[in-house]
Design a protein around this ligand. Structure first.
Ligand code: FE2
Length: 298
């Protein structure tokens, strides 16, 4: 018997990536209607493995003990804020909660304790730079209407086996805001993403609604501002299951979340967020680049 969620899942439209990465009319209209697009076979197994392997090396090289003050539960909040706020132009490591004891020592193996790494992998690491700037990404961005695409941030997300936490409903434009709204997410599945290992869910079509919140930099700290207090929907969401190598395009205003991973399988993903350089980028966005100019696909 086919489980109920499998039947619902089959209604989520999926497309096979065209050779050059551009979108045909059916893909563009699905994206405009739903606010997301699942493009299967966007990245090759070789490129997915190159990212996984390079990330494993970066994790191996990262000495968490040198950053004990940041990760200790006794740390001053300012140190954590600074580590995060500077990460827009760096490669920084963010761990699952409870991965450290009170003095900042890891209590689980480093490679299984990470939540994500970000946010300038695409500019600072040669392997991530190469894959992030494959010509098909540039053609995809052009098909989606970005006139002057800029690669704003990148993240490698681990969603670890058994302990990978859920990510609550949000719109990516809350964190990366432009006027007008041009924020666009590219989410590349390094592993098969399923409901069992914590795939994303989205509220199809809700990108036509308003931005609900904004995450603001305020001096050396941050705060969340509510713009629209309507409750987040908890039904009518669709699972964005994606085989490895698939790219999920996410409109910046599309509400989405991802479940916890309680399965024995990892759910690695590589994400990039783009904006249009023609739009205004406010100085109170958390991510500011002072020493590393934003680049497009060139
Ligand atoms: Fe998101």
């Amino acid at each position: 018997m086919i489980p109920a969620e499998r039947i619902a899942m089959s209604s989520v439209p999926r497309f096979t990536t065209r050779t050059d990465g551009s979108l045909d009319d059916a893909m563009v209209s699905a994206y405009r209607r739903d606010g997301f697009l699942i493009l299967e076979s966007f990245a090759s197994d070789i490129d997915c493995e190159a990212l996984r392997q390079r990330m494993a090396e970066l994790v191996e090289e990262f000495d968490a003990s040198r950053h004990r003050s940041v990760f200790s539960t006794k740390s001053r909040p300012q140190e954590r804020d600074r580590y995060f706020l500077d990460s827009g132009e760096a490669i920084r490591f963010f761990f699952e909660e409870d991965a450290f004891d009170a003095t900042g020592n890891l209590i689980v193996e480093k490679k299984l304790a990470l939540n994500k790494v970000g946010h300038a992998l695409h500019d600072l690491d040669p392997v991530f730079d190469r894959v992030s700037r494959l010509p098909r990404f540039a053609r995809l961005a052009a098909s989606l209407g970005l006139r002057k695409p800029l690669l704003l941030q990148s993240m490698y997300i681990f969603k670890q086996p058994f302990i990978g936490g859920e990510v609550d409903w949000h719109q990516d434009a809350a964190f990366l805001f432009t006027q007008p709204s041009t924020t666009l997410g590219f989410w590349l599945a390094i592993d098969d993403a399923t409901q069992e290992n914590g795939c994303m869910f989205a509220l199809a079509g809700a990108h036509h609604g308003p931005l609900r919140r904004r995450f603001l930099r305020e001096g050396e700290s941050t705060r969340m501002e509510t713009l629209n207090a309507a409750p987040w929907p908890d039904d009518h969401s669709v699972p964005l299951e994606a085989p490895r190598g698939s790219l999920i395009v996410l409109h910046g205003l599309l509400p989405h979340y991802s479940g916890a991973n309680r399965s024995p399988r990892p759910r690695h993903a590589y994400t990039m967020h783009l904006i249009d350089g023609a739009a205004a980028y406010p100085a109170d966005n958390w991510l500011q680049r002072h020493s590393l100019p934003l680049r497009g696909f060139e």
